[in-house]
Design a protein around this ligand. Structure first.
Ligand code: ADP
Ligand code: MG
Length: 694
C-alpha cells in the first residue's frame, strides 16, 4: 500500500512497535479504529471548582496554595498535602511519593489538581490526584476548553497517551481526505444525522455544556451517527451475502406428483395446521426455482417445525435429490433420526444417521450409504466434515439455527456444491426473534413464521417456588409419577462448565433416586457417552423411567409427549429464551402440564422480572421481546459468548429504533451510491464480515 494513504496507526507520531502492540490489544490497528474507539466516560476539567463547595464523590478540577506538606504514619506511610483556596481546604494524599515531590510541594506553592473527593482522615481528600505545581513564573495550565474523555485502555497505556494519539488522529481526519463521509448529505439530512467528522470531533472533545448522559448512553445523535454507520455496514454485508447466494444456481426441485407427501400426510393421526400448510407452500415455491432457497422458518416450541421440514425433504426425494437434516446436538439428531425413520420407513425411504462419535464401523457404513445416494441424512456438524461425500445434495435443513453461525451456513452450502449447483437451505429456529432484530441480523434470509400451535395443547401452568420448598416440589413429582406421568428435572448452573454441571446433576440424581422410591429416576448430561445418552433418552421416551434428571442438554427440541411436569433449578439465573425453550419440553400431550421454577433467594430485580414474565405468558414472541429488553440481543440470538453480536459501537438493544432506518439506508445506498456502500463495508469489515459473530 502507498504510504500516503496508509492509515496504519504507526503513522502517528510516537507510535513504535511497542505502542502499536498495546494498541493492537485494544483491536486498534488503523487510525479510523482509534477514532471509533469511544470514551467510557468524561471528566469535567473545564472549570476550577471552589474547595468550599466540594462534595463527596465529586470529580473536580481544583486550584489552591499548599498550606503544609507532611508525611503521615497511619496504617501505611503517606504524604499529605493540605491545599487551600478562598473558600476552603482539601487534602491531597499520596501513598507513593518521592523526596523530590515532597520538596516541590512547599507551603505557598500554587497547585492545580484533578481527582475525586473522597472521605479521608482529615475530611475530604483526593487520593493520588493528577496535579501540576506552578513552575518558577507561577503559571498553572489553563483549564481545558472541552470535556476530557476517559477511554477503555489496556495495561501500560495511559489515558494521557491515548488522548494525545486521539488528538493526532482527529487532526489527520480534518486534514486528509482519508476518512470520507460515506453517508451522502441528503440521507444524513433525512435521518438528522451529523456528518462523520462533526460526530467524531464532538465525541472526543465535547463542549462543556454537553449533556453527558446522552453521550454515554449513546442516545446522542453523534453516537447514533456512528452506530447507524456500523449497523449499516453489517446490513450491507449481509445483503451482499444474499446477492452472492442468489447468484448461485440450485437444482429446481419439481414435484413428480407429490405422492410421497400425500402418503406421509395420510399416515399422520392429525392434519397440518393452517400455518404449517402456508409455510410449506412458501418453501415449495422456493424449491421449485433454480436459485438456492435461503429461508428462515420461525415457530414457537411445539409448533411442528420438524414435520414441515420433513415434508420439504420429501419434495427433494420426490425430485430425485438427497436432503440432510442437521441438528445442534447428538441427542436431537438421534431423536430426529428416530422420528424420520418412523415416518418414512413405510414409504420405503432410507434414513441415515451420521454423528461425530459413532463407532468406526457405523461411520464407515453411514458414509458409504450417503455416497451411494441415501435419500435422507440426519446428523450434527459431522454432516459437513471432510470425508462426507454426497451423491446429489438438493436440500439442507438446519434445525435450531441460533446455534449455528453464518459461516457454518456457508460451509454447508459449499459442501453440497456439485457441478455448479448448490443445495437449497432451510433454517429453523424456535427462538422467536423480534422482527426488527431479525431484519438486521438475518438480512441475508427470507422469513416464514409458523404462528400457530397444533390444536389441543394445554397451556403449561407455571409456578415460581423458593428452593426452601423443595420438599413440596418432590411431593408434586411423586404425585405426577403416581398418575403415570413423567417428569423432567433440569439442573442448571451458571458456569458453562460441563464438568460442574455433570457433577451437580449426579448429586441431584442420587438425592432424587432416594427420595422418589420406588419410581425410577434417570440421568442425562453432556459428559456421558453418546450411546449412554441415547439409551437413557429411549428408556425415558418408552416410559421405562419416570423422572429424567438432565442438564440443559435437553433444552432444545426433545419431544416426549407423556412428560408433563418440568422442574427447573436455579431458574432465576437463566435467560427468558432458555427458560421458554426448556418449558416447551412439556405441554406436548393432552395431559395438564406444570412447570415449577425453583429459585434461591435473594432474587435480583432482573431475576424477579424474568420469573414473572414466565409465569404470566407462554407466547414465545412476547418472551423474546422481554428478553431483548431485559438482557439484550446477545442472549436472544444466542451469541452471548461472542459479546454484543460483535459490534464495536452499535448496541442492538439501544439502537433498535434505528433498524428500520438502517434497512432503508442500505437499500438506497446499494441502489444509488454503490461505491459508498462498498467503501462502508471495507471500512468496518476490512477482512470481510465476521460471520462467526453474527
Ligand atoms: P418444534 O416446532 O418445537 O420443533 P416439533 O416438530 O417437535 O415442534 O413438534 C412437536 C410435536 O407436535 C411433535 O410430536 C409433532 O409430531 C406434533 N405435531 C406436529 N404438527 C402437528 C399438528 N399439525 N397437529 C398435531 N400435532 C402435531
Ligand atoms: Mg424442533
Amino acid at each position: 500500500m502507498d504510504t500516503e494513504v496508509d492509515p496504519a496507526l504507526t503513522r502517528l507520531k510516537g507510535v513504535g512497535a511497542q505502542l502499536a502492540e498495546k494498541l493492537e490489544r485494544l483491536h486498534l490497528r488503523q487510525i479510523p479504529d482509534l477514532l471509533f474507539h469511544l470514551p467510557l466516560r468524561y471528566e469535567d476539567r473545564t472549570r476550577i471548582h471552589p474547595l468550599g463547595q466540594l462534595r463527596l464523590g465529586q470529580h473536580a478540577l481544583i486550584r489552591g496554595r499548599v498550606v503544609n506538606t507532611s508525611v503521615q504514619y497511619g496504617r501505611r506511610r503517606s504524604l499529605l498535602v493540605r491545599v487551600r483556596d478562598d473558600s476552603g481546604e482539601v487534602g491531597l494524599r499520596f501513598y507513593y511519593f518521592s523526596a523530590a515531590q515532597q520538596r516541590q510541594l512547599q507551603p505557598g506553592t500554587a497547585i492545580q489538581a484533578f481527582g475525586e473527593a473522597r472521605r479521608g482522615a482529615t475530611g475530604l481528600e483526593f487520593y493520588h490526584p493528577e496535579y501540576s505545581a506552578a513552575d518558577d513564573d507561577g503559571a498553572l495550565p489553563a483549564p481545558s476548553g472541552t470535556l476530557t474523555p476517559v477511554y477503555p485502555t489496556t495495561e501500560g497505556l495511559t489515558q494521557k497517551r491515548l488522548r494525545q494519539l486521539m488528538e493526532q488522529a482527529l487532526a489527520w481526519m480534518r486534514t486528509s481526505d482519508e476518512l470520507p463521509d460515506l453517508l451522502p448529505a441528503s440521507l444524513r439530512e433525512q435521518w438528522q444525522l451529523p456528518a462523520l467528522p462533526t460526530a467524531l470531533d464532538f465525541i472526543h472533545n465535547p463542549p462543556p455544556a454537553t449533556d453527558l448522559e446522552t453521550l454515554i448512553s449513546g442516545d446522542h445523535p453523534c453516537v447514533a451517527r456512528l452506530a447507524v454507520e456500523e449497523l449499516l455496514a453489517q446490513h450491507l454485508g449481509l445483503r451482499q451475502l444474499r446477492h452472492q447466494a442468489r447468484a448461485e444456481a440450485a437444482p429446481p426441485l419439481h414435484s413428480q406428483g407429490g405422492t410421497l407427501q400425500q402418503q406421509l400426510r395420510a399416515s399422520l393421526p392429525f392434519a397440518l395446521t393452517a400455518a404449517q400448510d402456508r409455510v410449506l407452500e412458501e418453501i415449495e415455491a422456493d424449491l421449485a426455482r433454480p436459485v438456492p432457497m435461503l429461508r428462515l422458518v420461525q415457530g414457537d416450541v411445539g409448533a411442528g417445525k420438524t414435520l414441515v421440514a420433513v415434508l420439504a425433504m420429501l419434495r427433494a426425494v420426490d425430485a430425485g435429490w438427497q436432503s440432510v437434516f442437521m441438528a445442534p446436538t447428538e441427542i436431537l439428531a438421534e431423536q430426529h433420526a428416530r422420528n424420520l425413520t418412523a415416518w418414512l420407513q413405510s414409504l420405503g425411504i432410507e434414513v441415515v444417521l451420521l454423528l461425530g462419535r459413532q463407532t468406526r464401523r457405523q461411520r464407515t457404513e453411514a458414509l458409504a450409504r450417503i455416497a451411494a445416494g441415501a435419500a435422507c441424512v440426519v446428523g450434527t456438524h459431522a454432516l459437513f466434515q471432510e470425508e462426507v461425500r454426497y451423491q446429489r445434495l438438493g436440500l439442507v435443513v438446519v434445525d435450531e439455527q441460533h446455534r449455528f453461525g453464518v459461516d457454518q451456513r456457508l460451509l454447508l452450502r459449499e459442501k453440497g456444491r456439485q457441478q455448479g449447483l448448490v443445495p437449497h437451505q432451510l433454517i429453523m429456529t424456535a427462538t422467536p426473534i423480534p422482527r426488527t432484530l431479525a431484519m438486521s441480523m438475518y438480512a441475508d434470509l427470507d422469513f416464514s413464521v409458523i404462528d400457530e400451535l397444533p390444536p389441543g395443547r394445554t397451556p403449561v401452568v407455571t409456578t415460581v417456588m423458593n428452593d426452601a420448598q423443595r420438599e413440596r416440589v418432590i411431593q408434586r413429582v411423586r404425585d405426577a409419577c403416581t398418575d403415570r406421568r413423567q417428569v423432567y428435572w433440569v439442573c442448571t448452573l451458571i458456569e458453562d462448565s460441563d464438568e460442574l454441571q455433570a457433577q451437580a446433576a449426579e448429586e441431584l440424581y442420587t438425592q432424587l433416586t432416594e427420595a422418589l422410591q420406588p419410581f425410577r429416576v434417570a440421568l442425562v448430561h453432556g459428559r456421558m457417552k453418546n450411546s449412554e445418552k441415547s439409551a437413557v433418552m429411549s428408556a425415558f421416551k418408552a416410559g421405562e423411567t419416570q423422572v429424567l434428571v438432565a442438564t440443559t442438554v435437553i433444552e432444545v427440541g426433545v419431544d416426549v409427549p407423556n412428560a408433563s411436569v418440568m422442574i427447573i433449578e436455579n431458574a432465576e439465573r437463566l435467560g427468558l429464551s432458555q427458560l421458554h425453550q426448556l418449558r416447551g419440553r412439556v405441554g406436548r400431550g393432552a395431559a395438564d402440564s406444570y412447570c415449577v421454577l425453583l429459585y434461591r433467594p435473594p432474587l435480583s430485580q432482573g431475576g424477579k422480572a424474568r420469573l414473572n414474565t414466565m409465569r404470566s405468558t407462554s407466547d414465545g414472541f412476547q418472551i423474546a421481546e422481554q428478553d431483548l429488553l431485559l438482557r439484550g440481543p446477545g442472549e436472544v440470538l444466542g451469541t452471548r459468548q461472542t459479546g454484543e453480536a460483535g459490534f464495536r459501537i452499535a448496541n442492538l438493544q439501544r439502537d433498535q429504533h434505528w433498524l428500520p432506518a438502517v434497512k432503508q439506508l442500505s437499500e438506497t445506498l446499494e441502489r444509488e451510491y454503490p461505491d459508498m456502500a462498498t467503501a462502508l463495508l471495507a471500512r468496518w469489515h476490512p477482512e470481510g464480515l465476521n460471520y462467526g459473530k453474527v
